[in-house]
Ligand binder design. Structure first.
Ligand SMILES: CC(C)(COP(=O)(O)OP(=O)(O)OC[C@H]1O[C@@H](n2cnc3c(N)ncnc32)[C@H](O)[C@@H]1OP(=O)(O)O)[C@@H](O)C(=O)NCCC(=O)NCCS
Length: 259
């Protein structure tokens, strides 16, 4: 699915932009926000950006930066309502982002990304091009994603790196090669995990901290290590501290049939 396809479906696919006419370009008080209020000084909102009501754009930040080879205003950027964009974030044009986006300080979102509702992109995380992110996805601090597909309700721990090019660099075929990993719904990826190109992490799987995922991981599996190997099923996890009979008996994990 290209960004263009998604833009054609806007707003049905990615949140409402109620009352959000394209805003004027400008830095600081020159530019009007979607409710007519001025953006704070140091907030740059580019020509053609559509952003829904009640956005909290925190200075300094850039919303709608032109990607390399484009001029400002050439590519659309649509962001739903109630976005919180923290200082030093850059969001490029050419993206479709749903409601209630949260970015941490220094987050970077390049062009050709599609994000659903209630997505957070943590401090210093980098979304390169071509990511397709579902709803209620938490991307923690310091992560790197390119050409990744992530379904709903996925947790990505701090400093997780997704790779998409088996033989860096300059391979002329890499975009058609293995591509980025796919993470199915409800999966959790532990801190400092590295995921190799084209790998699929199954629904409700749990990847242990510091793993290197080299092969597909089945649904519901707990996999750890380098290379990551399945050690058990999520339903076999315990809570050694005794707070719970077992982990993940809370929403959203408890809301559907166990995988
Ligand atoms: C995988 C995890 C959930 C523990 O699962 P568990 O089945 O309860 O693990 P146990 O403590 O029973 O350990 C089982 C075995 O796996 C090993 N193991 C556990 N976690 C591991 C990891 N991340 N990497 C490598 N080995 C690991 C243990 O050493 C043990 O090995 P052994 O049988 O040879 O002694 C946990 O270790 C983990 O990594 N959680 C993710 C934490 C995280 O990144 N959170 C992000 C938010 S901050």
């Amino acid at each position: 699915m290209s960004t263009g396809d998604v833009l054609a479906g806007w707003p049905a696919d990615a949140g409402d932009v109620e009352g959000g006419p394209p805003v004027a370009a400008g830095v600081g008080s020159a530019a009007a926000g979607p409710t007519g209020a001025a953006w704070p000084a140091g907030v740059h909102v580019a020509v053609g950006v559509q952003i829904g009501p009640d956005a909290d754009l925190q200075s300094p930040c850039i919303v709608g930066k032109a990607p390399r080879g484009a001029v400002e205003g050439e590519l659309p950027l649509k962001i739903g309502c109630r976005a919180t964009v923290r200082p030093f974030t850059t969001i490029y044009a050419g993206n479709v982002i749903g409601d209630r986006l949260q970015t941490g300080q220094g987050a970077s979102i390049r062009e050709d990304n599609v994000l659903g509702d209630d997505v957070s992109v943590g401090t210093n995380s980098v979304l390169e091009f071509g990511n397709r992110i579902g709803n209620r996805v938490r991307i923690h601090s310091g992560c790197f994603l390119e050409m990744v597909t992530i379904e709903d309700d996925v947790f990505v721990g701090p400093n997780v790196v997704f790779t998409d090019d088996p033989h860096p660099m300059n391979c002329p075929s890499y975009k058609d090669c293995k591509g980025g990993p796919v993470v199915r719904r409800l999966a959790r990826i532990g801190a400092n995990t590295t995921i190799l190109p084209g790998v699929e992490i199954g629904e409700n799987a749990l990847i242990g901290a510091g793993s290197v995922v080299v092969d597909d991981i089945p649904a519901g599996a707990v996999a750890v290590g380098n290379p990551a190997r399945v050690i058990k099923h999520v339903s076999e996890l315990t809570c050694p501290q005794g707070f719970h009979e077992r982990p993940y008996q809370w929403p959203p994990y408890s809301e559907g049939p166990p995988v």
